[in-house]
Design a protein around this ligand. Structure first.
Ligand code: SAM
Length: 262
């Protein structure tokens, strides 16, 4: 475990080895235990023909699994201390396949068009504004090879530690606000102790806004749904809709021909 993070036993998951790590920069928690999307990313990464990208990798939980699976991994984080921990704790013999990419997504990151097989973002999109998500999805669509995938899991407006925001989100949605889950003053809606682990701005996401932004970027939506992640901690568990799983694919030229001549 990194000096950068505080550590707590993950009592809810029942996994005595699993620990929850508080990020060094008030960007929520990460864990030593793979979530469902981390696991799908690692499985697909093991079969990828090109490098893969892990956005907001924290201490490397998913990056390490993708390296174990045999992938070449670009590990990104806005906090260089997180990347140092990711490199230090990487599986033995994988150093040549691990590329550290410091910087804030989307503004600071550039890859060659079509150069990546997969992009993964686990609990990262919540720190981006709607405009940044739109810019980010356009970049991801350019970086992916045809048939490549974007896999993500994000926090939704339905979590116990921000429960008062659910009604604000629903009112925003009913009023047609384009990004109804943008919360600009988190401490004003919750005094839960975990709020101190987060920035003032947090973007609570839903399947519709992510689908709209991905389609606008030219990606095909494969999966977009509220989701209850195994081992959801007690401070988040609410009603089964605490997370959003979102998977999109870059169409191949064959897909596009099929659409023109059905
Ligand atoms: C809640 S943690 C999630 C870490 C890990 N992906 C996981 O699922 O356990 C969010 C991580 O994203 C990083 N982060 C936040 N905003 C970012 C941005 N704009 N670009 C890159 N990394 C960012 C934080 O430093 C932190 O390590």
């Amino acid at each position: 475990m990194s000096e950068a993070g505080a550590m707590a036993k993950d009592g809810h998951s029942g996994d005595s080895q699993a620990v929850s790590l508080v990020t060094a920069n008030r960007r929520g928690r990460t864990t030593t235990r793979l979530n469902e999307i981390n696991r799908r990313f690692a499985e697909l990464a093991g079969r990828a023909s090109r490098p893969v990208l892990d956005l907001g990798c924290a201490f490397g939980v998913a990056t390490h699994a993708a390296l174990e699976a045999g992938a070449t991994v670009h590990a990104n984080d806005i906090d260089p201390a997180h990347l140092e921990a990711t490199a230090r704790d990487a599986p033995a013999g994988t150093a040549q396949r691990l590329h550290l990419v410091p910087g804030g997504f989307p503004a600071d990151l550039e890859f060659a068009p079509g150069s990546l097989s997969l992009v993964h973002a686990s609990n990262l999109l919540n720190f981006l504004s709607g405009a940044e998500i739109e810019t980010g999805f356009a970049k991801i669509a350019a970086w992916l090879e045809p048939g490549g995938r974007f896999l993500s899991i994000s926090g939704s407006p339905y979590a116990a530690n921000i429960r008062a925001f659910g009604a604000i989100y629903e009112a925003n949605r009913a009023a047609g606000v384009p990004w109804p889950g943008e919360c600009h003053d988190l401490p004003a809606i919750s005094d839960d102790p975990t709020i101190s682990e987060l920035p003032r701005f947090l973007h609570l996401l839903d399947p519709d806004v992510l689908s709209r932004a991905a389609r606008a970027a030219g990606l095909e939506v494969e999966e977009a749904q509220f989701f209850h992640r195994a081992g959801t901690p007690d401070y988040i568990a609410l009603d089964g809709r605490e997370n959003v799983v979102f998977v999109a694919r870059k169409p191949t030229p064959e897909d596009e021909k099929g659409q023109m001549h059905p």
